[in-house]
Design a protein. Structure first.
Length: 458
């Protein structure tokens, strides 16, 4: 039996025992069978049961509810979509881009509303999202992001800040400006996912844990104990773990995100940092960094950077990749020199599912009765809520307006086969890190910078 509390601070601090629920014992018939008890599967089940309480819904989960990214993420509930506003506008047009971003904004509030209604103590705090320009080279990205929202008629919820205005919110080295929106929240991911599981059960759903799915076919999830047969739909909601099925192996790329967490800061240390608003903080860096102020007064510092493993492998060893963790803790010291010597109490990570075009996809085929919901690229807390509402409407054929969004009834192109996939991804990870380091040091960009940027967009 795994020690589930060891997989993240959030799971350790879930506020309840992580004892697995009973496994599926024999073949069973339901209306909707869902693979995966993370945000995607649970939100889908929750909204199905809200609108059609007579449905028989069962979820099968290989480990426990929240074992994957839902119990390990950075605690952001963000209005940001995995694809930028500029790219959305280019791909789908201004109207579709605007509708999608408005839906994302509303999803943040919907998560907070459900937490209040279902009495889920997810520590939901609407402090907004603050994107920093650390260094002069990141200012054009801030301005471009604001301009994109301005073209879409959404700039009323965004504010460009000077370096001095940022310092009134949080004191970080080398900040030249920022972009702030109030439409974002921080939360406790594991308490949200575990609370959602209880809410689904309270509405009549059944969750079978420690039940792996070995195969799927129209109308059936196949497990070692038998089949979970579904009259209406099966839902594939395993995110990056779906790549373990041969048919879905190239649908997503498991990309690792790693996190270090400090001990709680003293009042004196917080006076040095500021950050009283509890904003979710990031930068315009290519190699993503993200920070959260936790409800118990810690600083969470996360980043990408763990190397992609050949064949899209997902292993526990990748969760704590030592070189990446050292890089994260060095970055923390550069950001907050006043906190030199602070102790890190937890380090963890996990895989997020990245589609070839970075575009989340929600689909349901009434003929095969197979639905899928996937591809958040690390922006899954709020996006999964939107996707779950959308999928529930598709399955029940109840129009919600969300079916007009560009993430509905689509699928992304598959990733390349190995070894090309490994070569390309490892090159891009290295190239973007070299580009960031050169820009931050004031050196000329690497000679292959344009090639890397081109590949990153294609």
């Amino acid at each position: 039996m795994r020690d589930y509390s060891s997989y993240s601070f959030w799971l350790e601090d879930a506020g309840e025992p992580l004892t697995p629920r009973p496994s599926l014992a024999h073949s069973t018939d339901v209306d909707v069978a869902i693979l995966g008890a993370g945000y995607s599967g649970l939100w889908t089940a929750y909204y199905l049961l809200r609108h059609s309480p007579q449905l028989r819904i069962a979820i099968v989960e290989k480990e426990i509810a929240g074992f994957g990214a839902s119990g390990r993420n950075g605690g952001w509930c963000s209005p940001n979509f995995p694809v930028t506003a500029t790219t959305l506008e280019k791909r789908f047009g201004a109207q579709a881009a605007r509708e999608l971003l408005l839906a994302m904004r509303a999803s943040v509030d919907e998560v907070g509303r459900v937490c209040a209604e279902e009495k889920i103590d997810a520590r939901f705090h609407k402090g907004g999202v603050l994107t920093l320009a650390r260094g002069q080279h990141q200012l054009p990205g801030i301005r471009a992001s604001y301009a994109a929202h301005e073209r879409l008629g959404l700039a009323d919820r965004y504010q460009i800040l000077s370096g001095e205005q940022v310092a009134e919110r949080i004191r970080v080295t080398d900040v030249r400006g920022g972009l702030y929106t109030p439409d974002g929240a921080s939360l406790h991911p594991a308490r949200l996912v575990r609370g959602l599981a209880r809410a689904v059960e309270a509405r009549g759903g059944v969750i079978y844990e420690r039940t792996p799915v070995t195969e799927f076919k129209p109308g059936s999830l196949i497990t070692p104990a038998g089949e979970l047969r579904a009259q209406r739909a099966i839902v594939l909601a395993g995110e990056s773990y779906l790549t373990r099925f041969s048919r879905l192996h190239r649908a997503l790329l498991p990309v690792y995100s790693l996190i270090s967490l400090t001990t709680p800061l003293t009042p004196g240390q917080w006076s040095q940092v500021g950050w009283q608003g509890g904003e979710s903080v990031s930068t315009m860096r290519n190699t993503v960094v993200y920070l959260t102020r936790t409800s118990d007064g810690r600083i969470l510092f996360g980043s990408r950077g763990a190397p992609y493993a050949f064949g899209s492998k997902i292993t526990d060893q990748q969760d704590t990749h030592e070189a990446t963790m050292r890089m994260i803790q060095r970055s923390f010291a550069e950001w907050f020199p006043a906190l030199a010597g602070i102790r890190f109490t937890h380090a963890w990570g996990g895989a997020v599912g990245m589609p070839r075009d970075w575009m989340p996809a929600v689909s349901f085929d009434p003929r095969s009765r197979i639905a899928s919901i996937m591809g958040y690229t690390g922006q899954g807390v709020s996006t999964s809520n939107l996707a779950g509402r959308l999928l529930a409407g598709l399955i029940t054929q109840q129009p919600t307006g969300l079916e007009r969004l560009p993430m509905a009834q689509r699928r992304s192109t598959n990733w390349e086969m190995e070894p090309l996939r490994w070569l390309a991804i490892r090159y891009m990870q290295s190239a973007f890190l070299r580009i960031d380091e050169a820009a931050e040091a004031g050196r000329p960009l690497p000679v292959d910078a344009k090639l890397a940027e081109y590949l990153g967009k294609h």
